[in-house]
Design a binder for this molecule. Structure first.
Ligand code: SF4
Length: 468
């Protein structure tokens, strides 16, 4: 039998459908190709077997911790110029030490490391940073004041019904833009890290005690650091105790490791512990979800999708993504939609939030203005299903997450946006004006018009005089 010819009506509809797509600013086309990048293309992984690659312990043991390790993997792909640039950054600017699992290394484009988006935020170069204003004058180590709002060591109570528990201060990977750079990771030349004072079991017990005695809290984000570094039996014990507290109805486990080290979530011991947690959550009618942190489509690979699928099959309510919006990495509608479609079409991960990069030191080159964030939110609407269209949010110090269009007013010359809030954090219960005052957020200075940049130069001079 020859090919079945379509009716003229069907042919016409196909032509119109194709033209509709061709004329869109973003052209979606389902791409069935979804394969793990071949790690054997990289000199340092040329002899690594699939068994080793899929072994979480092998991944941890072989995570890259310094420039020599990076060179051993990339060989001549890592040019001297890029290597020296990274070295200078580690000495003069980096707020995080280097720690990159092979899984993440394998998602970089070895042929253009200088411009690769994953390299840009995992292994920053000095020349990536803003040469004039590497930090905003209002940047701060704990820019969201999470530690100020600790009600027990490592337990931040910022919103009325929700808390954030930092179970530990390490991760299987360290991101250059980490908002918890004050606490997370090893000390580096630029930053001596804060340390938890109490031992882990004592801290966890105090967190549980607060949850038991505070019935207005119904929702806990269990984070760190990264829960992928909590031994599965310790995490299980903590979560099973949380599940015994009847006022806790939502539990969100936070792990970038889901994308950076999916092998951890596919290890037998992890899966057994997670399965028991999921079963108890289902039995208790509690929403247990995992929130991950993926910033670029390159990071969504079949191993990541497999780990997410396992959690969903166990009974996790969802696996959601909270990415960070960063200049020259994902600040285009194309990059954001490519990532969201890859998660939605293949990754088993729901696009949820993109946070604007926080005002930590040396982050100006990653940050974008509120105006640009608003434009991006506008430009990504209408392509994804509504439930999978991420919200772009600004985490305003002393306020919390706000959708970027929620601002009260905006001085675009000085790059200062003003925000309001409708609840008190734990540190302003007696403040008379907490709900009536305006809270400020600052755009990166290099994005401002000349008169705005002049304003900040004058402010800097005044600050110098005050200090001398
Ligand atoms: S995984 Fe999260 S907590 Fe850890 S370094 Fe990255 S951003 Fe910070």
């Amino acid at each position: 039998m020859g090919p079945v010819s379509q009716s003229p009506k069907a042919e016409a509809a196909k032509t119109v459908g194709s033209a509709v797509n061709q004329k869109q600013p973003y052209k979606y086309s389902y791409n069935p190709d979804f394969v793990e990048p071949d790690w054997k293309r990289l000199p340092g992984y040329a002899n690594v077997s699939q068994k080793d690659w899929e072994d979480a312990m092998w991944q941890r043991r072989n995570s890259v911790k310094d420039l020599a390790g990076l060179k051993a993997v990339f060989g001549s792909y890592l040019t001297d110029a890029v290597a020296l640039d990274i070295l200078r950054d580690q000495k003069d600017r980096a707020t995080m030490s280097m720690l990159v699992p092979p899984q993440m290394i394998n998602t970089m484009n070895e042929k253009d490391l200088a411009n690769d988006p994953i390299r840009r935020y995992m292994v920053p170069m000095f020349s990536d940073r803003d040469p004039v204003w590497p930090s905003h004058p209002h940047s701060a180590r704990d820019s969201l004041h999470e530690a100020d709002m600790w009600v027990a060591e490592g337990l931040t109570h910022r919103y009325p019904t929700k808390v954030l528990a930092e179970l530990l201060s390490t991760c299987p990977q360290y991101c250059g833009h980490c908002t918890r750079m004050d606490l997370v990771g090893q000390s580096v030349p630029q930053v001596t890290k804060r340390k938890f004072e109490a031992q882990q079991p004592e801290r966890h017990a105090k967190i549980l005690e607060y949850l038991k005695t505070t019935r207005s809290v119904r929702d806990i984000v269990v984070s760190g650091g990264d829960i992928a570094n909590v031994p599965p039996q310790v995490l299980e014990s903590f979560i099973l105790q949380v599940l015994d507290i009847d006022n806790i109805r939502d539990i969100r486990l936070a792990s970038k490791g889901m994308a950076g080290l999916p092998q951890h979530f596919l290890a037998d011991k992890t899966m057994e512990a997670f399965d028991r947690m999921a079963k108890k959550a289902v039995q208790r009618g509690v929403n247990l979800a995992l929130h991950t942190h993926i910033n670029h489509a390159q990071s969504v690979t079949p191993l990541v999708a497999k780990a997410a699928r396992k959690l969903l099959d166990m009974g996790f309510r969802d696996v959601r993504n909270q990415g960070v919006l960063m200049r020259n990495i994902n600040n285009s509608a194309q990059a954001l939609l490519d990532l969201c479609f890859r998660m939605q079409d293949h990754g088993n991960i729901l696009p949820y939030y993109f946070y604007m990069c926080d005002m930590i030191p040396n982050s100006e080159h990653w940050r974008i203005s509120v105006a640009e964030a608003q434009e991006l939110q506008h430009d990504i609407m209408g392509y994804l299903p509504g439930f999978a269209t991420p919200r772009i949010v600004c985490d305003v110090p002393f306020v919390g997450k706000r959708w970027v269009h929620q601002l009260h007013s905006y001085d675009k010359v000085k790059g200062i946006s003003y925000w309001t809030k409708n609840y008190r954090t734990s540190i302003e219960l007696d403040s008379a004006d907490a709900l009536s005052r305006l809270y400020e957020y600052y755009d990166p200075i290099d994005t401002l018009p000349p008169e705005g940049q002049d304003f900040w130069k004058r402010e800097a001079v005044k600050a110098q005089h005050r200090a001398s």
